[in-house]
Design a binder for this molecule. Structure first.
Ligand SMILES: Cc1ncc(COP(=O)(O)O)c(C=O)c1O
Length: 405
């Protein structure tokens, strides 16, 4: 993608690093809707949609197994593309169905015993929480590390909790419910200091921030294809550090791709991250996700993060001017996720009104994020997830509708 202008905010011209006009031309949905629900599911670029549809057409004409054999290199591209994005090896990447699938495959391969301690932050999503709560039912001890008053994981409180009994540290890098970016690399350093496994949920971070597993120090990293990554629905990635494979339990999800049935009473897991995959996959989605990752890399995750941060800050600034609106974001470092409430109107009502005006947002509730919303006494919030292909005009459309309410 060529680099030209990217827009003007608060009188400041953003770095000339993203060709927003080209990105919007690639995104057909931009013609009909102001899509500010990228934290739910982004509008994919047409390159991604074309790759998926083209593959389905090959399947239609050839048959599923034959199409997969024919497209071997394109299917394998997802491993090298994800590895390139995360700074790891392709054989440390597993292709999955979504972020929860990735997280659960990782989590269930960690051999937790009764009495082991697990530290977690406040931003765990419901599916991760269910895994952790099930472990607690088996006698694993959960310890929620508090946030600082500004809303990111409190590293001093984490330090006070770290000892040799801590077997696992779970962190969600960006809160889906308040947009805070937690200091994931600092947590990684600390987890490593006591030999704990570090499972990072980067579901809302992938596609909006640069991610480097060496800097983050994580053993596992999970994300989904459809959010800021702009990939197809029903796709996900799990990074699993090669050096921890030996200390893992076999995941309970094993088939003929993850393992080999070596004799009537024996089997062997694959030596690499393929042990986390099933053979039956969303093949079209796999090709589409590789294209989505390459698309993001061609723009650059640094410029994406810069533009997303600027646009989101601008939306927060404008919302704060509106009477009755309270911006609910937390964190010293804030992401493209902007959350707010409006006096006298339930978040779902605000979402509905915005939808009628062609502005897509979502309204996550405490059931999705008990620690990030419930603990703060919030039932739900309106959530805009801003991406680099959004514009100042689209942000203003949201603000104008909320103002009329
Ligand atoms: C932070 C976070 N983690 C995990 C998930 C689960 O993602 P998926 O629906 O792809 O399983 C979500 C979904 O909203 C999320 O926001």
């Amino acid at each position: 993608m060529s680099a030209t202008c990217s827009g003007r905010l608060r009188g400041v011209i953003l770095p000339d690093m993203i060709d927003v006009a080209q990105a919007r031309a690639d995104t057909l949905g931009c013609e009909s809707v102001a899509h500010l629900n990228n934290a739910g599911s982004s509008l994919p670029p047409r390159q991604v949609v074309d790759a998926v549809v083209d593959y389905l057409r090959v399947e239609e004409m050839m048959g599923g197994y034959e199409a997969a054999a024919h497209a071997g290199a394109e299917l394998d591209a997802v491993y090298s593309s994800a590895a390139h994005m995360l700074n790891c090896r392709p054989d440390e990447i597993a292709f999955t169905a979504n972020a929860s699938d990735s997280w659960w495959r990782a989590f269930s391969s960690i051999a937790l015993q009764r009495g082991d301690r697990v530290l977690l932050g406040h931003s765990e999503f419901q599916s991760n929480a269910f895994g952790l709560l099930q472990a607690a039912e088996r006698g694993v001890l959960l310890d929620v590390v508090p946030n600082t008053p500004t809303g990111e994981i409190d590293l001093e409180a984490l330090d006070r909790r770290l000892n040799d009994d801590v077997k696992l540290v779970c962190l969600t890098q960006i809160s889906m419910a308040n947009g805070s970016i937690h200091p994931a690399a600092a947590v990684g350093e600390r987890a490593r200091s006591v030999g704990a496994t570090y499972l990072l949920d980067a579901c809302q971070a992938a596609g909006q921030l640069p991610l480097d597993v060496e800097e983050l120090g994580c053993d596992f990293l999970a994300f989904t294809g459809r959010k800021f990554m702009r990939g197809p629905r029903g796709t996900g990635i799990l990074y699993a550090r090669e050096s921890i494979h030996d200390r893992l339990h076999p995941s309970p999800f094993v088939d003929g791709r993850s393992a080999e049935w070596t004799s009537p009473m024996t089997y062997e897991l694959q030596p690499d991250a393929r042990r986390f995959e099933f053979g039956e996959q969303n093949f079209a989605g796999k090709i589409g996700l590789a294209v989505a990752i390459d698309y993001a890399l061609s723009i650059g995750l640094e410029p994406i993060a810069a533009r997303v941060g600027e646009l989101a800050a601008e939306l927060r600034r404008r919302l704060r001017y509106l009477p009755g609106v309270e911006v609910r974001d937390e964190g010293q470092h804030q992401s493209g996720i902007v959350t707010f409430t409006l006096d006298g109107h339930a978040p779902l009502e605000v979402q509905g009104e915005l939808g009628r005006h062609g502005v897509n947002v979502s309204a996550p509730g405490r059931r999705n994020a008990q620690l990030d919303l419930g603990v703060r006494g919030l039932d739900a919030v309106v959530r805009a997830g801003i991406h680099y292909y959004n514009t100042e005009d689209e942000i203003q459309r949201l603000v104008a509708v909320v103002a009329t309410m």
